[in-house]
Design a protein around this ligand. Structure first.
Ligand code: MG
Length: 253
């Protein structure tokens, strides 16, 4: 895992993170019925390249049989993560998760939000609120003196008592010079367990929340992960660094 040892490394991680947050804000402005996920993807890629940065997800992982073919992941309704943007058109009442990764000057930033398209059901609004709160709860534990399991436990206890489910198949991760680094950050766990959290660690915390089941399946495109029961899903993620012992959210404007 990356431990940011110098001010310069932290500066670059902040810049990469800020770009990710800016892309998410730009895409959020474009969310409306009639927009396609492919249009959102094209806009993100153009903007990222104009900054002199590189989309982290495009072609990831290198050497794979089917590397991810786009700049953003766009996952609609039952799609939990890794949705491939294309001709799918958004409709009033949809929820869509946009996941963005940016590589800038050797360092990655990575974040996701689930957005409402127009007015959504009370069920969808509740799912989004719970998932966002779970991310906030996890982030608050990312401080010196705590252990990795404190993050996992905070996420779990922000979700499961409300009757929602967390996937065990996918998790958060360390980040830095690689998009995915150790440690794996599970969304379920025990407090006081796991590695101690240390100054300069850069982490991605990302609760992925489902309704009625924790089970998922992967579609024939080899990427898109959907809920096994077809119910709505949500995913919020930030990149943070532990600075002066405390969590500094890098993918926030
Ligand atoms: Mg991630």
């Amino acid at each position: 895992m990356v431990i940011l040892k110098q001010r310069e490394e932290l500066r670059l991680m902040r810049q990469a993170g800020r770009m990710v947050a800016e892309v998410l804000a730009l895409l959020e402005e474009r969310l409306r019925p009639g927009v396609t996920t492919g249009e959102l993807n094209a806009h993100a890629e153009t903007w990222i390249r104009k900054q002199g940065a590189i989309p982290s997800f495009l072609g990831y992982p290198p050497g794979a049989r089917h590397p991810f073919p786009a700049t953003i992941c766009a996952s609609v309704n039952a799609e939990l993560v890794h949705g491939i943007p294309g001709t799918r058109m958004l409709h009033e009442g949809d929820i869509i998760t946009l996941d963005v990764g940016v590589l800038y000057q050797g360092f990655h930033g990575d974040a996701a939000r689930t957005f409402a398209v127009g007015a959504v059901s009370a069920e969808a609004a509740s799912l989004l609120a719970i998932t966002a709160a779970a991310l906030a709860a996890g982030q608050a534990q990312a401080r010196c003196g705590n252990r990795l399991g404190d993050i996992s436990h905070a996420v779990q206890t922000a979700v499961e008592p409300h009757g929602y489910y967390l996937t065990r198949q996918y998790s958060g991760h360390g980040i830095g010079r690689q998009l995915h680094e150790a440690p794996q950050i599970l969304n379920v766990g025990l407090p006081g367990q796991g590695i101690p959290l240390a100054e300069g660690m850069a982490l991605c915390i990302e609760p992925m929340v489902l309704i009625g089941t924790a089970q998922t399946r992967v579609l024939d495109d080899d990427w898109t992960v959907v809920s096994a029961n077809g119910a709505l899903t949500a995913h919020f993620e930030n990149t943070l660094a532990i600075v002066d012992g405390e969590p500094e959210i890098l993918t926030r404007l």
